[in-house]
Design a protein around this ligand. Structure first.
Ligand code: TLP
Length: 352
């Protein structure tokens, strides 16, 4: 297939596993081919610098840092904000706690303190009750991590008021706040709250270019300049110093400039898909809980397990993913209304 043609024109399957599966747009591929580059470890890559500036300005922070992945962005942020013998308050289903291969304990040697929540939003009073002072037996709490949208709560939007209340608790106790905003533009699209207003509740924000925004690789970490300077050293220590990485930053610039405006389509399709499958036997799902692009449901069926359902779907050209005891389908740039119709028909054929 020619390089710049629409790769998704004639697809043999509909891939709902994640919004990470999106292919770069033809504009991205062109920009990548033509990117002005330099050695970014030596501070010479102008395209990376443009992206880091734009990311920081977009979020209302002093500085930005291009990261190879969201996981590294979160790991570096936790490492930069904490010291050993400290504790981090996280929501119990948070990605940073459940799906980043224990990076918090492995890289930062801190203890996570997971708290239950209502659809991703921790109760600020509960957060306050769990703040601990250093003592001979106990770690000191130094950081709170938030996630917006909340992946494992079906892409729910963390309400701005909830974030403000947690921020107030953090301020009362001298804690830092890190926001895993992998899908912060989805949150903003769904709620109408500007991303800067969410970012203002956190000291640092990680957001992904490689998910709903369709860049092939990359995430951004933004925050105060001294935090970013230190994070740059931590990124190098973890092996994330990249050389002529302007070829990737070029796609990231397009992701940030051009790809945030279309997310409402993904949200509409996710809701339509949820409405089609919610009534089917075995599916526990309230379509009104689907606020953005993630449809996540528990599946209990007399004849089929979740793995059987995923296999049966795949046989019909519909790819879904098993996550944290549930089944997940995610909408994104490379699935359209026809893909949603194909998924709905496959579900009905298997379950109705
Ligand atoms: N999430 C991935 C998988 O890990 C499940 C996905 O397909 O949703 N924070 C959040 C909220 C995320 O959803 C993810 C990726 C990350 C961080 C990590 O980003 P990457 O995959 O770039 O390391």
């Amino acid at each position: 297939m020619p390089l710049l043609e629409d790769e998704m024109a004639d697809k043999p399957y509909s891939d709902f596993r994640s919004d990470t599966v999106t292919r770069p747009t033809p504009e991205m591929r062109r920009a990548m081919a033509e990117a002005e580059v330099g050695d970014d470890v030596l501070g010479d890559d102008p395209t990376v610098q443009r992206l880091e500036d734009l990311a920081a300005r977009t979020m209302g922070k002093e500085a930005g840092l291009f990261m190879p992945s969201g996981t590294m962005g979160n790991s570096v942020a936790v490492k930069a904000w904490t010291r050993e013998l400290e504790e981090v308050i996280v929501e119990a289903r948070a990605h940073i706690y459940n799906m980043e291969s224990t990076s918090m304990t492995f890289v930062s040697r801190v203890t996570p303190r997971p708290l239950a929540s209502k659809r991703g939003a921790m109760d600020p009073e509960e957060v306050e009750r769990n703040v601990r002072q250093a003592a001979v037996h106990t770690p000191r709490t130094s950081l709170v991590c938030l996630e917006n949208t909340h992946n494992n709560c079906s892409g729910t939007v963390l309400p701005l008021d909830n974030m403000k209340a947690v921020r107030a608790v953090a301020d009362r106790h001298g804690l830092r706040v890190h926001l895993d905003g992998a899908r912060i533009f989805n949150a903003s699209t769904a709620s109408g709250v500007p991303v800067k207003d969410y970012a203002a509740q956190a000291d640092s924000v990680m957001f992904c270019l490689s998910k709903a925004l369709s860049a092939p690789v990359g995430s951004m970490l933004v925050g105060p300049r001294d935090f970013i300077d230190y994070s740059r050293r931590l990124r190098k220590m973890l092996g994330g110093g990249m050389r002529q990485v302007g070829v990737l930053a070029a796609a990231g610039l397009i992701a940030l400039r051009d790809m945030t405006g279309r997310l409402g389509d993904d949200h509409r399709r996710a809701r339509a898909l949820a409405e089609a499958i919610a009534p089917l036997p075995g599916v526990t799902l309230d379509p009104s809980d689907v606020e953005t692009n993630i449809v996540l449901f528990t599946f209990k069926h007399p004849r089929l397990g979740a793995a059987d359902l995923i296999r049966e779907l795949k046989d019909r050209g519909v790819w879904a993913l098993a996550v944290l005891g549930g089944v997940r389908l995610v909408t994104h740039k490379d699935v359209d209304d026809a893909d949603v119709a194909r998924a709905a028909a496959a579900f009905k054929e298997i379950l109705a």
